[in-house]
Design a protein around this ligand. Sequence first.
Ligand SMILES: Nc1ncnc2c1ncn2[C@@H]1O[C@H](COP(=O)(O)OP(=O)(O)OP(=O)(O)O)[C@@H](O)[C@H]1O
Ligand SMILES: [Mg+2]
Length: 455
Amino acid sequence: MVKVKTKFYCTECGYETPKWYGKCPGCGSWNTMVEETEKVVKTQGLTSGIFHTKEKPLPIINIESGQEPRIQTGIAELNRVLGGGVVPGSLILVGGDPGIGKSTLLLQTSHEMARAGLRVLYISGEESTRQTKLRAERLGALSAELYVLCESSMDNIEEAIDQIKPDFLVIDSIQTVYLAEVTSAPGSVSQVRECTARFMRIAKGQGIATVLVGHVTKEGAIAGPRMLEHMVDCVLYFEGERHHSYRLLRAVKNRFGSTNEIGIFEMNEAGLTEVANPSELFLSERPLGVAGSTVVASMEGTRPMLVELQALIASTHFPSPRRMATGVDHNRMNLIIAVLEKRMGMFLQNQDAYVNLAGGVKLDEPAVDLAMAVSIASSFRDLPTKPYDVIFGEVGLTGEVRAVARAEQRVKEAAKLGFKRVILPEKSMKGWNSPKDIQLIGVNTVADALAVALD
Ligand SMILES: Nc1ncnc2c1ncn2[C@@H]1O[C@H](COP(=O)(O)OP(=O)(O)OP(=O)(O)O)[C@@H](O)[C@H]1O
Ligand SMILES: [Mg+2]
């Protein structure tokens, strides 16, 4: 009789134990242990390393390197997030909420790559070939070099890879793939881990750029062990608000490039279209000359972006006022409110405060501080801001305005979009020449900034 073993895995770190624990002994997180029955037939290669070369260690200066070649995906925003294109042999994990457009993005990418003459294999474990064809017709993604297969058995997938020999491989999604040797259900911790290890070996061994789609949990992390994110080369998140048509592609890990870049898309019937100039999009619905609204110049990677920041300060009847931040850091907002109370003498303790970045974007750099302070003060005092102002700068605890990086690019973007005046940290004004048709006002304190912006 085959003995069925029960094991418990931590979904955070992959820790394995024969007994259930409320707190994972491996990483200390609570309530992350899941039960799995398994009967692992010992075969060679399961979770073993990917490199089995019998080579001697070499001095690093003797190792040949050469430029890392990149494949252009034909979708500029995706290339930007990946750091200039896909590296052959790399393993990329794309996560995102249900229905956000992961399959759409990857089908469009596959089509563009196939059109550029590469051989592409798109494996779907979630949709039938007919369904995929219908989608491809809607997206206009029909090309002869794009092969589609509906399969979830790892062995059959490997067979198909050997047969087609693709340059680019898409697995939609890793949670549907299963290995016959591992008896737990598809999508379970051990299945996902073993299958990813297999794909890693295929990608590195045969030089196939591979994209895995991953489901996300309710908390927004990629389902499966946290280890999954360590195993792959890049982790991308595709995100967006359900009620907005924009989608943001963000890298949280990238072994071949920076993780600061974001890609911006718009979803419509014909699929995802790239948004080359996000500032225009995020400012399109801006009300002019009202209290509480400012425009902030933020840098996302190497690209400056102008976004509208709104604040609403309203008196409350409750002893502890509400503080709500959407798109900006909640703690940062509390800090700015404290600075305004203490340094500017504004009585905000009996006021609800709501801060919102328009368009569903999230900005986490400190350069939004000054715009947030001006918005809050503007709403509190009911004084309108100037529609031609752009504001950026970090705010310190004593109410001082601190320098931020890349002031020149931010100012240039503001000038390009027709703004007349920029309020920025005085210390950021040195070392570069400003465009002719824009006025720069350097400030050292929040008080200075408010005097200029709300006069
Ligand atoms: N006919 C259509 N017209 C306009 N938009 C559509 C149409 N069909 C689908 N969509 C959009 O595409 C989205 C689904 O995209 P897609 O299937 O790529 O998402 P996904 O992230 O792969 O989802 P899942 O997690 O279910 O695999 C829908 O939420 C909808 O916004
Ligand atoms: Mg899908």
